[in-house]
Design a protein. Structure first.
Length: 234
């Protein structure tokens, strides 16, 4: 398995991440020596914050039922007695003018229901991740997007609500970013200055090959533009 500890350190240092990168893996069964999540949580994105804080655990579909929107984007059917929660949540959001129903029902969605989802800080992931969630500032994550474009894998258009759609979008395209919806920010404590980029696991190494080149290029371009600013400002 790759040296994910070294990769986490490199990503954190080069992209100036504001939180630990989170590895997410969709599996048919739980890995050995990884504990199932205990208790209940209000949303799927709550698991992102827990993993960024250093926890390693796995969930099963039932652990996601409290989040009807997240369950939908992760292709997790709600049990019959809770099916109305999805339409009820969408109806509330539509009623208050937050979104239209078709924004979720027509958005990105995982192709299959994950039987087990493993969450961990990237350095501690027990299995190769399907996606890696990065939290950072525009200045830092811009380098990731530039690397994706340079590698011929440009990110999908910037996503807004719900934030969890960035996972299936990244699974489909290789990389996706989200500004972070209000629910995600409440449940994860993401700062106002940060947003997310989500990278498919098999794309991350490709992007890392380009980032060092872009860091050096940005340093030189920064000097170039500063010189122009002085020269061309009357």
């Amino acid at each position: 398995m790759a040296d994910y500890a070294a990769l986490e350190q490199t990503l954190t240092d080069t992209l100036h991440l504001t939180r630990r990168p989170v590895a997410v893996a969709f599996r048919e069964s739980a890995p050995d020596d990884v504990a199932r999540l205990e208790g209940t949580r209000p949303s799927g994105c709550t698991f992102w914050g827990m993993a960024a804080d250093g926890r390693v655990f796995y969930t099963v579909p039932a652990d996601h039922y409290n989040c009807p929107i997240g369950s939908y984007t992760h292709n997790i059917p709600l049990p019959p007695e809770r099916e109305q929660e999805f339409s009820g949540t969408l109806a509330l959001m539509d009623e208050i003018g937050y979104l239209r129903m078709e924004e979720v029902s027509g958005g990105p969605r995982l192709a299959a229901t994950p039987q087990v989802t493993v969450y961990a800080p990237l350095a501690l992931t027990p299995v190769p991740p399907d996606v890696v969630i990065l939290s950072g500032t525009p200045a830092g994550l811009m380098l990731l997007h530039e690397a994706a474009t340079r590698a011929g894998r440009p990110a999908v258009p910037l996503l807004g609500r719900p934030t969890c759609t960035a996972i299936p979008a990244a699974m489909a395209s290789g990389i996706a970013s989200s500004l972070g919806c209000v629910g995600n920010r409440v449940y994860t404590g993401l700062s106002d200055e940060s947003f997310y980029s989500v990278v498919r696991g098999d794309t991350l190494a490709v992007l890392m090959n380009e980032i060092n080149t872009l860091i050096a290029a940005n340093v030189m371009l920064s000097e170039y533009h500063r010189d122009r600013l002085v020269t061309l400002t009357a």
